[in-house]
Design a protein. Sequence first.
Length: 250
Amino acid sequence: MPLGHVFLSEVLGTSMLTLLGCGVVANVVLKGTKGHAGGFLMITWGWGIAVFSGVYVAAASGAHLNPAVTLGLLANGRAEYAPGVAVDPASTLAYLVGEVAGAFLGAVVCWLAYKQHFDHEENPAMKLGTFSTGPAIGSAPWNLLTEIIGTFVLVLVVLSFGGTPSGLGPLAVALLVVGIGVSLGGPTGYAINPARDLGPRIAHAILPIRGKGPSNWRYSWIPIVGPTVGGVAAGHVALWTPGVLASVVH
C-alpha cells in the first residue's frame, strides 16, 4: 500500500473519531444543546461509537487512529502495521502525522457544527473541555499514571486479540473504549491517545472561538507522554505474555 494511501486513511479515520468524539462532549457540556447535561456515560458511549466509525473509515491502513497503537505495534516487533504496510521509519511517520492531522481536522469540523453553541457558552473551561482532556484533580504524577494505565489496557487488549484494531473488529474496539472510559476515565477524562488530545488542543488554540480562554498547554504533555509510555509498555509486555500464559497452563 502506498504511504500516501496510509496517510489519507489515517487522516480520514482519525477525523471521524474526533468529530464524533468531540461532538458528543460538545453536546453534553455546551449550553443549550439537545444533549446538555447528558452525563459522563453519554460521553463514554459517544466515544465508543466514534471509535467504531473511525475504524471502519480507516480499515485500509489497519485503523490505528492512535499513536499509542502505532508505537505499541512497533515495540511489539511486528513486521507490518497492516497488510502490505511494512514497519519502517517512513510508514511510522505516515501513521503518526496522519493521526494528529486527522484529529485536528475532526475537531475543526466539530467546532463548525456547534459554532452557535460555542458562541453562547460563557464558561471557557467548557469550551476547552470539548476539545481536549483535563484532570478532575490536578496532580501531574497521578494524572500521568492514570493515562499510562488506561492506554496500557487499550493497547495490550488490541495486541492480544488481533494485531491492529481492524483485526479486533470495530465493535470490539468500541466496547473496549467504553469499558476503559467507565472504569478508568474518571481521573483524567481518558485521552489514551496522544493525537486525540493534541490535534484538538491545537485546533482550540488557533480557531477564532469567542471567549475561549487559554488552551492549558501546561497539562498537554500528560495526554501525550502517558499514552505513549502505556502503548510502548503494552507492546513489550505482549511479546512475552503468551509464553507466560502457556507455561502456567502446562
